[in-house]
Ligand binder design. Sequence first.
Ligand SMILES: [Zn+2]
Ligand SMILES: [Zn+2]
Length: 241
Amino acid sequence: MNMNAIQHLLTQIHHLQTWLFPNACAFCNKLNDSGIFCSKCFGKVTFIEAPFCNKCGKLFTGGIPHNSLCSACINNERVFDTARALFVYDTYVRQLIVNIKQTGNRNLISKCCSIIVAKYGVLFQNIDAIIPVPSHWSRIFIRGFNPSDVIALELSQLIGIPVTRKLKRIFHTKFQHKMSKLERIKNVQNAFRWQGRQLKNVLLVDDVFTTGATIEECARTLRNSGVKKILCVTFASTEAK
Ligand SMILES: [Zn+2]
Ligand SMILES: [Zn+2]
C-alpha cells in the first residue's frame, strides 16, 4: 500500500471515529459535552502555559529566571530556534503518547493539533514545510506508521503548509527512555540525512521533547543543509530544570 492510500485510509477511519464519537474524551473516550476532554481528565492534564522557557518551551515550576531561559538552554547553545509543546510529559500524558504510538488515534491527534494551532499558530508564519522527525523504516514496518508523520499531516491540513519527508533516518537507533542525556546524544549522532532541496524556514514535529537529543540532531542536520529558521513543536515536553 503506498503513502497516499495509507493517508486516505487514515482519513476515512478519522471521519468514522468523529461520526461515531463526536464528543468522546480524547483521553478516556467517555462521552462529554466539551468535545476534547471530559472534566475528570481535564483536571489531570497540565497544559503548558506561561511561564515557560523562551527557547525550548519547557514549563517553569519554580521561580522564573530573569532571562526566562531554563538551565539547559543557558548551558548549551540549542541548534533549533524555538520549541513549544502542548502538555507537560507526566505519567498521565505518557498514557496519551502511548495511545498515539500504538493506535495512531486520529481523533486524539486531530484535537491536540487544533489546540497547538490555536496556541502557537502565530509562530507558524513564513514556514516553508512541516518535517516529521523520521522513524527508521523497520520501525514503521512493525508499527505500520510513524506517529510524528500523522501529527505533521494533521497540522498540514489545519495550516495549509506541506509535509516534507526528505529528512531520513539512515540507521536504526536504540529506544532511549532509559538512557542518560549523553547516551541519547551518542545514540542519535549522525542518524539523519537531509535529501531534499534547500529550505529556509521549517516546522519540525515530534511527539515528545525530553532531553531534546533527537530533535537537536534533526535540527543540526537541517541547519547543515542550509535551513535558516527551525521551529519545533511536540505534543508534550518534560518540565524545565
Ligand atoms: Zn476523559
Ligand atoms: Zn529551555
